[in-house]
Design a protein. Structure first.
Length: 395
């Protein structure tokens, strides 16, 4: 039996027009307008299933309907159409501080949240120390939560949610607020939940985390389920074409097009086209171009930025003293980065072809090729630096 089954699920809201001074005549006109008023569908026609013990990621741009979908599964939102059925106890982290009473202490909120979930007070009393220890907030538990920082909110909310031993755990991006050490602690607990056969529905913009933890991924946009399937395939589609098409990336493309970049493929160590590369392994960028006429001494260049726009590295064939006498017609330029020293994260690749004297930009693609990097190490940072330790005992 499935833990979650959603069939043709949809949620609609009405747009409110609050402008103007109310009058008797206006009330009649507003009534007419209201009848013809178009509904805003936050989510519509979504059908999916989640088996017991399966972790499903939900990705998509902001405002696409991801949070509405989780709210419908949690039962905090009533569907306008369709049905959703769940089996087992649900714990949800849908919004920062949701379910907390700001004037109550952390201790009181633990008991109140548990009561909402139907947990007997005696059970909470037995688990209280574990909740507090996981959150690391023992000295703050008698303080009103209105004085908590956003990170403290997340730590307490997550600690309560997981200690209640749910069958289904719903997580909506809130882990991104916590500090790195607590995020790693939470992800370890998610792994433990997976081993224990819990069902997890995870909304996140951290695509590398989604690929690492999820068995399946749903891509949502404009309230519709666009794609469902293997994490690598869905994330690849999202990054390579969909994010660009909906204008999520700061994409800039210009040039004379005397030489045009026709197609770009990123390939891993096995030669497979992918958007997910691995630290320490080779990354090959295959650039298919077409020159409208013979171009003397062209320069091919690239740069890489992090997801937040930090400039990581850039170079070109001129800097690397790789002369290209001329190009004419179609060809393929291969750029190999071996080993790839980037650490886990989301990155954006820019490509360019310009003249030797830099006066003519034939074709430039700025941030047009997003990719993610994953790593098998617990080290942190942007780059992997080869390092060795040597202990010299004292005399």
């Amino acid at each position: 039996m499935n833990a979650i089954e959603a069939q043709n699920l949809g949620k609609a809201y009405r747009r409110q027009n609050l402008g103007g001074t109310p009058t008797l005549l206006g009330s009649f006109s507003r009534a007419e307008r209201r009848r013809a008023e178009e509904q805003f569908w936050a989510l519509r026609g979504v059908t999916f299933k989640a088996g017991r013990g399966v972790t499903i990621g939900v990705i998509g741009p902001n405002g696409s309907g991801k949070s509405s979908m989780l709210g419908l599964v949690a039962g905090t939102i009533t569907p306008t159409e369709g049905t959703v059925r769940t089996e087992g106890r649900i714990s949800s982290l849908l919004e920062l501080g949701a379910g907390f009473h700001h004037d109550l202490s952390g201790r009181d909120n633990v008991y109140m949240n548990a009561a909402i979930l139907g947990i007997p007070r005696e059970d909470v009393r037995r688990r209280y120390d574990a909740i507090v220890d996981f959150a690391g907030l023992r000295e703050f538990m008698d303080m009103p939560v209105k004085h908590y920082s956003s990170g403290m909110y997340v730590r307490l909310a997550f600690s309560v949610a997981i200690e209640m031993n749910p069958d289904i755990l719903l997580i909506d991006e809130v882990l991104a607020v916590g500090d790195v050490a607590f995020q790693m602690k939470c992800l370890d607990r998610v792994r433990d939940f997976q081993k224990r056969g819990k069902t997890i529905l995870l909304v996140s913009h951290a695509l590398e985390t989604v690929e690492q933890f999820c068995d399946e991924v749903l891509l949502i946009h404009d309230g519709r389920l666009i794609q469902q399937g293997n994490p690598a395939d869905v994330i690849f589609a999202y990054l390579k074409s969909y994010m660009v098409r909906i204008g999520m990336l700061n994409v800039e493309e210009h040039g004379t097009r005397e030489v045009e970049i026709r197609q770009v493929c990123l390939r891993d160590a096995t030669g497979r086209e992918t958007n997910t590369l691995v630290t320490g392994q080779p990354m090959t960028i295959e650039i298919r171009y077409h020159a409208q006429r013979r171009i003397e001494k062209p320069v091919f260049g690239f740069n890489i930025k992090t997801g937040n726009g930090f400039y990581v590295f850039g170079s070109n064939t001129q800097i690397q003293k790789i002369p290209i006498e001329a190009i004419d017609g179609s060809g393929i330029m291969h750029l190999v980065i071996d080993p790839l020293s980037l650490m886990a994260g989301r990155f954006f690749l820019s490509l360019s072809i310009h003249s030797w004297d830099h006066t003519v930009q034939y074709h430039r693609q700025e941030d047009l090729h997003p990719f993610i990097v994953k790593t098998g190490t617990d080290a942190m940072g942007v780059f992997h630096l080869n390092s060795a330790w040597r202990l010299e005992p004292g005399s």
